[in-house]
Every structure is written in structure tokens, then in C-alpha cells.
Design a protein around this ligand. Structure first.
Ligand code: PLP
Ligand code: ZN
Length: 416
């Protein structure tokens, strides 16, 4: 039994009972149906010591999730290690720098957390086909977890979606369709809604207004961070952001623990985007209200997972930043690639460009003095470097070729 009290639309604020099985606000105003839990009941059954006794994975936090483990696909999500980045911290002049390594899940990104919950809810509600609108990682996770649960999956992706991510989707057995046309309206979302209505498919993109359940999965990343830090709350969490859903989830996760009395404070949350696609940062700098974020005109960045011109959960991301006294930062691709190389070569963790954008922002916030040397900083590395092979392929072309002659190799050694 879940502990959902009610669902409340983030736009019209109308409240709904969980038994209605709603996925969207019935007014179709594109508000998120925020899930509100019965914290008093949860307090009776959850405590630090109870959590410490349970095994890892997202279902460890079952009282704070909107779906039942019994309906979940067999591939799991969550339980990512928190690693102290000693060597990298030394080179950046930070003494408490931690990596939350989200690259090790079944599909190689944090989106496993979202889609385990999203698919469990689809099974519970009796759907047989899932459908998504995504640039890659979320769709790959939905395809994998749908496959594991025996559901069909269709993915509408933007025309410029990364080929390596598309091939992952195809291998999971999803039907993949590229959709043309970038305007004020998101073309992939338009197709997702059309098929949802026509074929009764279950919409499960990784943003809230079209499915409120999957949003709850990434909350578990915040719970894990707190536990892994010995029940301490980080001073800063730097969040690579596309739609803003991960930020919304982390913010809610930290609030849940505070509401339950498991923690006493909140971290300062930072939205990180690439300068090649930064609609949330632009709205923040312009002092815009949450629902007034204009789509980015022409996304162009190596961070393909953050290349989301329509930040559907940008309103929640902005609120998270403002309420936690955080900030929004856009980092250039060059700095993202530098962070990717540093993290891999200093810590042995290979993240995709979108996955390491948080480190690029740490570098710039440490430089500017906004983050201090002794602040406790957690940076989620949200996707594996093996997901986005275009960057790797470019590097591979630079490798020198020699005859099997030692002198030729020694010449290279002298050059390095
Ligand atoms: C690797 C990676 N990191 C971060 C994000 C951003 O997440 P969100 O769209 O929830 O803001 C994405 C989104 O696809 C991603 O693929
Ligand atoms: Zn509404």
C-alpha cells in the first residue's frame, strides 16, 4: 500500500485522489500532478535505524514511493556509490568533494531510478504499451524496464538525438521514431499525447506534466546521499539539468527527509546547463517566474542529455534553486570536456558530457569563490561515458600509429 495522500496540480492546484489513476491534470493545463504523502503515517514506520537495516536499491525507500515493488520490473535501479574525490578535490582545491556515481545502473544513467517507478505504475494500472518523448537516456531506460516487464515501448525522439543513444533503444526492442520540427511546441510531446489518446498507451517521459510517478524515482538519489554521508546533508549539490526533472526530484527527496525529521537542513541546489542549451539558466538570470520559460531556439552542445529545449519541469527547478539559496550556471562545452577528462583520469570515473557537467560548474564556482574549499559538495555523475561514443571516437582518431619499432615509441614518449 502506498502512502499517497493526494495529487495536486502544480498549475490549477486542483486536488485528486490517487485512486483516480490520473497521469495528467484532467484540464490538460500541463501542470504536474505533484504527489503529496501522508508524512505522519510514514513517520510511524520509518526511522534512521530502520533504513540502515534495509538492503539498498530504490525500494529501500518504499514508503516514499508512489508504486509497489511487487509490480516493478526485475531490473533494479539505485544504490549508487558515493565516492570521495580525493585526487580531483586536491587539484581543484576542495577538501570535501564527492561523486555520486550514477553510471553503473542497468542502462548506464540515473534514469533507471525514474523508469523502474514509472513502469511499476504502468503495470499496476494495467497498461501494455509505454510511450515517451525523450532525447535519449530516459527513453533507453524506459525501453529497458518496459522490456523487462513485458510491455511494448515506443519512443519519439528529436531529429538530432544522439545515434549511440538511439541504437541502445533499438536493442531494447523499442519502436523509435524521429520527429521533425522545432517551434514553440515540443513535437515529440505532441506525438506522445496523440498516441496516448488514440491507442491508450502509457506516457512515461522523464518530466512531470505527463507522468507524475516516474518523477519520484530520482528522489531516492537524495536519500542515498544523506545516508552515505552519515546522515549529514551536503552544503551543495550540482545538478546537470535538461527538463529540470532531476532537480525537482532531488529537491523533493531532501524535503521528504526533512519533513520526516530524519534531517534538519537543506543543501544549496545548483542547476547546471550547457551554454549551448540553457533555457532554465536564462530564465533565472532574467528573473522569470517558473511557468514563463521560453524554449531554447537552437540547442547545440556536446551534452546531448541536457539538450532539452523545452524544460517541462523548469518551474520546479527554479523554485528549488530559489528556495534553497542555490544558483543556476551555464558552462561551455570546452569546460564540460575538461571536466570529463579530469574526472576519468583522476578518479577512474568515465561520465558522458551531460553526466559530468556538474563538475564543470564546481570548477567555475570554486574559482569564483561562491563554493568554499571546505564546503561539502556532492556532484552526481548522471550518465556513463560509454553512452555517448561520438566524443570517444573523436579522441580515438588522435591516437598515434607506429611500426613495431621501440624507437618510434620512444619518440612519442619524448613528445608527451
Ligand atoms: C546524463 C543525464 N544527466 C542529466 C540529465 C538531466 O535530467 P533532467 O532532464 O531531469 O533535467 C539527463 C537528461 O536526459 C541526462 O541524460
Ligand atoms: Zn491543472
Amino acid at each position: 500500500m502506498t502512502h499517497i495522500k493526494l495529487l495536486k496540480c502544480s498549475k490549477c492546484e486542483e486536488e485528486h485522489s490517487p485512486s483516480e489513476g490520473l497521469l495528467l491534470c484532467p484540464k490538460r493545463d500541463y501542470g504536474r500532478l505533484d504527489i503529496i504523502y501522508d508524512y505522519e503515517k510514514i513517520k510511524e514506520v520509518l526511522s534512521r535505524s530502520i533504513l540502515e537495516e534495509r538492503r539498498g536499491g530504490i525500494w529501500k525507500y518504499r514508503e516514499l514511493l508512489p508504486a509497489e515493488e511487487s509490480h516493478a520490473p526485475k531490473l533494479e535501479g539505485g544504490s549508487a556509490p558515493l565516492i570521495k574525490a580525493q585526487r580531483l578535490g586536491e587539484s581543484l582545491n576542495s577538501t570535501k568533494l564527492f561523486v555520486k556515481d550514477e553510471t553503473r545502473g542497468p542502462t548506464g544513467s540515473f534514469k533507471d531510478r525514474s523508469m523502474v517507478v514509472g513502469v511499476a505504475k504502468a503495470v499496476e494500472l494495467g497498461y501494455t504499451c509505454t510511450v515517451t518523448a525523450s532525447s535519449g537516456n530516459a527513453a533507453a531506460a524506459l525501453a529497458a524496464h518496459s522490456a523487462a516487464a513485458g510491455l511494448e515501448c515506443t519512443a519519439f525522439v528529436l531529429e538530432f538525438a544522439s545515434p549511440s543513444k538511439i541504437s541502445q533503444l533499438i536493442n531494447y526492442g523499442a519502436r523509435v521514431v524521429k520527429v521533425k520540427g522545432l517551434g514553440r511546441e515540443d513535437p515529440t510531446v505532441k506525438m506522445m499525447l496523440a498516441t496516448m489518446d488514440k491507442f491508450n498507451w502509457y506516457p512515461c517521459p522523464s518530466f512531470g506534466p505527463f507522468n507524475p510517478y516516474q518523477v519520484e524515482g530520482p528522489k531516492t538519489m537524495a536519500y542515498e546521499m544523506v545516508e552515505q554521508l552519515g546522515w549529514r546533508v551536503p552544503d551543495w549539490v550540482l545538478v546537470p539539468s535538461g527538463s529540470g526533472c532531476l532537480m525537482a526530484g532531488l529537491w523533493k527527496g531532501f524535503r521528504d527527509f526533512k519533513e520526516l525529521g530524519l534531517t534538519a537542513s537543506m543543501p544549496r541546489l545548483v542547476v547546471v546547463q550547457s551554454t549551448g542549451n540553457a533555457p532554465i539558466v536564462r530564465a533565472y538570470v532574467a528573473g522569470r517566474a517558473g511557468h514563463d520559460i521560453s524554449p531554447w531556439e537552437r540547442p547545440n552542445t556536446v551534452a546531448t542529455g541536457l539538450s532539452d529545449p523545452y524544460p517541462w519541469d523548469g518551474d520546479a527547478a527554479l523554485q528549488a534553486v530559489r528556495e534553497t539559496d542555490g544558483t543556476c550556471v551555464a558552462v561551455p562545452d570546452k569546460l564540460i570536456l575538461k571536466a570529463q577528462r579530469l574526472l576519468a583520469s583522476r578518479e577512474g570515473i568515465f561520465g558522458e558530457p551531460s553526466g559530468v557537467a556538474g563538475f564543470a560548474a564546481v570548477m567555475s564556482l570554486l574559482d569564483s569563490g561562491a563554493i568554499e574549499k571546505t564546503d561539502r559538495v556532492v556532484v552526481p555523475v548522471t550518465g556513463s561515458g560509454l553512452k555517448d561514443t561520438s566524443v570517444i571516437e573523436k579522441e580515438a582518431r588522435r591516437v598515434p600509429t607506429i611500426e613495431p619499432i621501440p624507437e618510434q615509441f620512444e619518440r612519442i614518449l619524448r613528445r608527451d
